[in-house]
Structure formats: C-alpha cells, structure tokens
Design a protein around this ligand. Structure first.
Ligand SMILES: O=C(O)CCC(=O)C(=O)O
Ligand SMILES: [Mn+2]
Length: 206
C-alpha cells in the first residue's frame, strides 16, 4: 500500500487497566505527538463530518459532537437509532486502520469518528453492544487532540466508577467483558477549550 504519512508506530508495552471482569489495555504513546498533530489536522479537514440529531419524545436534539462513519461497503451500522451507511475508506484512515490492527491483532472493517469541538461536546453513558458487533467485540479507540476524561460505570455491580484520561496519540483497546459489564462515557468538561478527534475501529458482522 502506498503510504502518505511517515507514521511512526511506537508500539510500547500497553498498560492494563485494572478491571477484573474486562480486558482493557491502554497505549499512552501509540502515535507520537508530531504525527498525531498531522493526523488530527488531516482528519479534521478531510472527514465528511455530520451533525446528527436524535428524536426524544417528539423533540429533536442535536448530538453534542460531530460524527462520521467510514468502512467497507457492507459494514452498515445502526448507532443510537441512526442508520449510518459507511463512507469509503480514505488513505489516512486505511493507514491508521493497519496500525491499530497490528496492536489489536485483529481486522476491522469500519471506523466511527467523533469530533469533540470543545469541553461542551461529549458522549453519554452507553456500551457498544449492538448485535452487529458480535459477541465480545474488540474495539480499538484512537485519540487525537486534547486529553479528555473517560469514565467506566459497572452495569451490574455497585462498585466505584473507573476514571482515566485519554491522551493525544493514545490507543485504548477494549476487549472481552468491557461492553457486556461496563458502560462508558466521555463527560462534558465545561470550560475546557480544545478539540479532540476519536476513532473507534470496529468489526461489523452483516
Ligand atoms: O471518544 C471516545 O473516547 C469514546 C467514543 C465512544 O465511546 C464511541 O464512539 O462509541
Ligand atoms: Mn463507545
């Protein structure tokens, strides 16, 4: 494949996130700072961002972030009630996909991009457990831009939340147990200035 970016894959030893019923690994410097900046700028400028909305009891509410869905033609996905058909892969997304596939040791056929314009943007509590992701999916979550808080809340047990920060250039690998046993969110951080793009690489079974 022809590469358009001199991506330097810093495959450092991942940190295991201490959860006894879920496999989650964090690579703090998966992509170095200079390349993360290049990727951020290209993704911000080249992505077909959508401002989607949801209908809550007859009221239309804007989703508090921009989103985009890319992938193989047959990777159709319904996310929060939205039927998204994928845009075709772009060169930079294909490069990033190959990098994260090496770390995750699996193949992905799609990626959901979220663009958080500032601390007022967020994603609410949810788990990525839609049936088209299969049982115990592996999801690889790449973060570019400012650091945002990531919170995990147990779905079944009354245990403390697990809270950590997703830094620029980091990769969070979410494996067996995490979607089944935990919800996650990126909470609003009012007053926080700075943009972030997150990419979650997924495998959709159609
Ligand atoms: O932005 C993030 O770190 C998480 C995004 C997320 O949970 C999702 O797209 O399902
Ligand atoms: Mn999610």
């Amino acid at each position: 494949m022809q590469t358009s970016l001199p991506l330097n894959f810093e495959k450092r030893a991942p940190q295991k996130i201490a959860l006894n019923d879920a496999a989650v690994f964090y690579y703090p410097h998966f992509i170095d700072a200079a390349e993360s900046k290049l990727c951020f700028n290209r993704l911000r400028d080249e992505t077909s961002w959508r401002q989607d909305s949801l209908n809550f009891g007859g009221k239309t509410v804007l989703i508090p972030r921009l989103q985009a869905w890319y992938g193989d033609k047959d990777a159709a996905y319904a996310y929060s009630g939205l039927a998204l058909s994928p845009n075709p892969w772009t060169p930079i997304l294909l490069e990033l996909k190959i990098l994260v596939e090496k770390a995750a040791d699996t193949h992905f056929n799609s990626v959901l991009l979220n663009y958080y314009r500032d601390g007022k943007d967020s994603v609410a509590w949810h788990s990525d457990d839609e049936k088209e992701l299969g049982v115990n999916p592996v999801i690889a979550s790449l973060s570019l831009g400012i650091t945002r808080r990531f919170e995990l809340r147990h779905r079944k047990r009354d245990v403390p939340k697990s809270v950590f920060e997703l830094e620029n250039g980091s990769l969070l690998l979410m494996g067996p147990g995490i979607q089944e046993n935990w919800h996650h969110q990126v909470p609003k951080q009012p007053g926080l200035i700075g943009e972030r793009i997150n990419l979650t690489f997924r495998k959709i079974y159609s």
